[in-house]
Design a protein around this ligand. Structure first.
Ligand code: TYD
Length: 211
């Protein structure tokens, strides 16, 4: 789809440092004079935040996997319509902390709902929108689990996602690596285990070719 803006998504396991790196990249792009829209999934828009509350509420352990799948896409449909497409049409760079690849790996593969269902829902929810570039911040499983646990202890909270077993995370990481193999032009693997500045430098190296 021809459009003036640039759509970049950040993907990775829980605790991979995406959120920090997204903020750093946003700052760098703004310094370079670009308009930047930062968004996150689940979340983003006001309605998206309400959907996020349902998804991450630990009382909702009985949320059916298919209901969960549809809620992620409901959130995304709102985000695409209300924020992302208008920003891209204005020529902005849109940075999204997670997008459909998360649903593919967590629900499609992690929960076994299948790739076909995710692709079909993506077509409906996202109006044909695909990221121009996806940065997959790869960290090993132990680091991901340890960082997620530490973060939860600091925040004195446990959400539904972080209670998932190590086996689930293994499936998720394998699915991300598989996506990167199948879409080598769009999905770029960034070594997330390095010091923060080194990760930021690797990200800039990839992004600068697009801006
Ligand atoms: P969040 O608190 O945003 O975690 P993180 O900072 O690691 O991204 O919670 C997002 C959680 O939701 C995370 O565990 C991944 C999960 N998720 C899905 O399972 N499917 C999806 O489509 C999306 C967007 C997120």
């Amino acid at each position: 789809m021809a459009r003036p803006g640039l759509f970049v998504t950040f993907e990775g396991m829980d605790g991979s440092g995406k959120t920090t790196q997204l903020a750093r990249l946003a700052g760098r792009l703004r310094q370079a004079g670009r308009e930047v829209l930062e968004t996150a999934e689940p979340g983003g828009t006001r309605i998206g935040q309400q959907i996020r509350d349902i998804l991450l509420d630990e009382r909702n352990r009985d949320l059916a996997p298919r209901a969960e799948l549809l809620l992620y896409f409901a959130c995304r449909a709102q985000n695409v319509e209300e924020w992302i497409l208008p920003a891209l049409a204005r020529g902005a760079v849109v940075l999204s902390d997670r997008f459909t690849d998360s649903t593919m790996v967590y629900q499609g593969y992690g929960r076994g709902l299948g790739a076909a269902a995710v692709e079909t829902l993506h077509e409906i929810a996202c109006q044909g929108l695909q990221p121009d570039l996806t940065l997959f911040l790869d960290i090993d499983l132990d680091t991901s689990l340890a960082r997620a646990r530490r973060r939860n202890a600091e925040a004195a909270r446990r959400d539904r996602m972080d209670e998932q077993a190590a086996e689930f995370y293994r499936r998720v990481r394998d699915a991300y690596l598989d996506l990167a193999r199948r879409h080598p032009g769009r999905v770029r693997i960034i070594r997330g285990g390095q010091p923060e500045d080194a990760v930021a430098a690797d990200i800039w190296e990839v992004v600068r070719a697009h801006v």
